[in-house]
Design a protein around this ligand. Structure first.
Ligand code: ADP
Ligand code: MG
Length: 689
């Protein structure tokens, strides 16, 4: 795509030089275009800003006022407190920043400041700011009472004030350049009552009202969705056009005995999913399907049916799992279910001894291995299948897009099934995974007991330990999980090991404890898991390595320490490790601050509801965060607000690609250009960029 002035480095914008350009880069603003699309985090206006004279103790408020006085106060404890007095026409109030005397340098008298935080009583009313923004100085003509105030994410070396000025000084010159970039057919945006791109960008930075800003955001969200769906639609088109799938033939030679051998009836949802999968697999079209279902909804057995159908037609089947523990467990489960059919399971993981690995490679290459279960080891170069028919990936969010594709590249026309245990609203699933067909297990197998879930404070820990002893006394087993900051595996390791020592010697001296964490050697982990599964360990102290898939029916208690550090969906996954047998099970979340948000887990076990709450609390970025690879980076789209846009964008994209598969009609040149810019590699891959 041609270079335009909007592609010019941000360094050459007005009011920006090399130093500010560096700071802008930290905010993700590298070009002039990036600056236009740099979205405010939120807006303040008369409806959100309180009059200082009317704030009440206990309120959480945002106020805007002028700095009337400031100073650093020593306290008896030695802590130095920076204080401001903010004034507006209605009154004045103190703002207090304990332990931050250095802030004295950040404010001048006469500065107009926005402050957000709780109001408490301390020698009078006082705000304890969670956030502050210096908007400008009264001397420069900045007024305290604004219309609608966009609040940007600031960064070191680039205050809110400066950022606002940079945008202000450049926006008028840059806006007209956007005209040629408004690639979306106007009929589409008009039908959705959305503004033009230029109007949207103006609304973003200079809204008349907060609703105005929201209309702008929605337009930009629509663009994000439309281009993503165009990409998905072209991926599907190419998938359909490029390769024939394998039309498997159902003979019932193995499927019928499988039904007979199953120790349970399939749920309605499982039956539906199996039917959808069989339809795909028996058609000449290549299957590309996601199976989404809450923890415990029984995805494994659905995958098994897909695999067995492939066997019936003389093909091999593979299942890839993200961890060795999970792969081994799947291999055991599938071996058990397949034994009556006379089918063996071949396990391939990285830690197999060299000779066993070689044997597995040979069996896979000769076709003697019909069902293969493994980890990433399955997508190593050394692995060559004789005739792979279906590739299943469990816990797909643990794999990168490339890895997911790699398993299906072991041959031509391999059918693909990916499984996800993070239930998300259907509209969002169709957005994020729009290149896949979707089957949903929205029903749990019968007879599951509700897991009683409670949120407890740190001070209740002793009572929780008593409860653990009682349950162990009844012959049950317990997990105690220690999360810690995700970035620091070392810290995580220490927390679990240190706590393990303490629990073993001081708290549960009479019980049999085990320790499981991600840094252990494979065979050590194995030994611990096997001992726990065999009932030789009463209390398993673990990090989140147990998050995926572990299935021990006798474990009835899940204690999660520092539960506030987890996302709700992750807690829900962890909780899914108990309640797997017939006994009443319990999940106890021990949390310090921030415990309220955990109550949703005590209230419901519906993974869909929990993911909605989680999305609302953390937003898309953190919700998927480190756990999910290859997701587009949305800046404007809000899954909780934009249901209508998701469907519109999907329909529109499908219609466009159906009419013009490679976007080569002249009226689609703009779409093609933007698509190529947004998704450079993949658009080219699908012939649309
Ligand atoms: P997940 O969807 O979390 O991967 P699994 O496939 O591990 O769930 O299944 C959870 C448990 O439910 C397993 O013990 C499995 O044997 C059992 N299960 C699966 N389907 C049914 C069913 N239809 N009826 C009873 N139990 C089932
Ligand atoms: Mg599973």
């Amino acid at each position: 795509m041609a270079f335009t002035p909007l592609d010019q480095s941000a360094q050459f914008l007005k009011a920006v030089g090399p130093r500010r350009a560096e700071a802008l880069a930290r905010l993700g603003v590298h070009t002039a275009r990036d600056l236009l699309f740099h979205a405010p985090r939120r807006y303040e206006d008369a409806s959100t800003v309180s009059r200082i004279g009317s704030v009440q103790i206990g309120d959480d408020v945002t106020v805007i006022g002028e700095v009337a006085a400031k100073g650093v106060l020593p306290t008896r404890s030695g802590l130095r407190v920076f204080q401001l007095v903010l004034r507006d026409q209605s009154g004045s109030i103190e703002c207090s920043f304990p332990g931050q005397p250095f802030l004295d340098r950040s404010f001048r008298r006469g500065d107009i400041v926005l402050v957000t935080g709780p109001v408490r009583f301390f020698h009078g009313k006082q705000i304890q700011p969670r956030e502050y923004v210096v908007l400008g100085n009264a001397a420069d003509g900045v007024e305290a009472a604004g219309k609608v105030l966009p609040i940007y994410a600031a960064t070191e070396g680039l205050s809110q004030k400066v950022l606002r000025a940079i945008i202000d000084q450049n926006i008028d010159r840059l806006l007209p350049l956007l005209q040629t970039e408004d690639a979306v057919p106007r009929a589409l945006t008009e039908a959705a009552s959305l503004p033009t791109l230029m109007q949207a960008i103006v609304a973003l930075h200079r809204p008349e009202t907060v609703r105005d800003a929201e209309r702008g955001r929605r337009r930009l969200a629509f663009d994000e969705l439309l281009f993503l769906q165009l990409l998905h639609a072209s991926a599907r088109r190419q998938n359909a056009a490029e390769r024939e799938g394998t039309p498997f033939v159902r003979t019932d030679e193995l499927i019928a005995p499988l039904y007979r051998a199953l120790p349970f009836e399939l749920t309605g949802a499982q039956t539906r999913a199996v039917a959808e999968i069989f339809e795909d697999m028996c058609s000449p079209r290549r299957m590309n399907r996601m199976l989404q279902g809450d923890v415990g909804s029984g995805k494994t057995v659905v995958a098994l049916f897909a695999m067995v159908l492939a066997l019936e037609s003389g093909y091999q089947a593979a299942l890839m799992a993200p961890t060795e523990i999970l792969a081994e467990q799947h291999a055991r489960t599938l071996s058990g279910l397949l034994a009556p059919l006379g089918v063996a399971v071949t396990l391939l993981t990285g830690r197999l001894p060299a000779a066993a690995k070689r044997a597995a490679h040979e069996a896979i290459a000769s076709g003697e291995a019909r069902v293969v279960v493994g980890t990433h080891a399955l997508i190593q170069d050394a692995v060559g299948f004789q005739r792979l028919g279906v590739a299943v990936t469990d816990e797909q969010h643990r794999f990168g897009v490339k890895q997911r594709l790699a398993l299906a590249q072991h041959g031509d026309g391999i059918d693909v099934l990916v499984m996800s245990a993070t239930p998300i609203p259907r509209s969002l699933a169709l957005t994020l995974y729009g290149d896949l067909d979707l089957s949903v297990l929205d029903e749990l197998p019968p007879g599951r007991q509700k897991i009683r879930t409670a949120v407890r404070s740190e001070s209740a820990r002793e009572r929780v330990y008593d409860f653990v002893r009682e349950e162990v006394g009844r012959g049950r087993q317990v997990y105690i999980v220690y999360p810690l900051v995700e970035e620091s595996e070392k810290l995580e390791l220490r927390a679990a090991s240190v706590e393990y020592e303490r629990l073993a010697s001081d708290v549960f001296p009479g019980l049999r404890l085990g320790l499981l964490h991600g840094q252990m050697q494979g065979d050590q982990k194995d030994a611990v898991m096997q001992a726990f599964a065999a009932g030789d360990i009463d209390v398993l102290v673990a990090t989140t390595v147990i998050e995926v898939g572990i299935d021990v029916a006798n474990a009835t208690v899940m204690v999660i320490e520092h539960a506030e550090r987890f996302g709700l969906s992750q807690l829900h996954q962890l909780r899914g490790r108990v309640g797997r047998g017939g006994e009443q099970s319990y999940c106890i979340l021990i949390a310090g601050e921030g415990a309220e948000r955990l109550q949703v887990l005590a209230r419901t076990e519906d993974g869909f509801e929990i993911s909605r709450a989680d999305l609302a609390l953390r937003g898309m970025g953190d919700f998927f965060g480190a756990r999910q690879h290859g997701l587009p980076d949305f800046r404007f789209f809000d899954p909780l607000k934009d249901d209508d846009l998701m469907f519109r964008a999907r329909d529109a994209a499908h219609a466009i690609i159906a009419a013009d598969p490679t976007l080569k009609h002249p009226e689609h040149a703009g779409l093609r250009a933007v698509l190529g810019r947004r998704f450079a590699d993949r658009a080219a891959l699908y012939g649309v960029g």
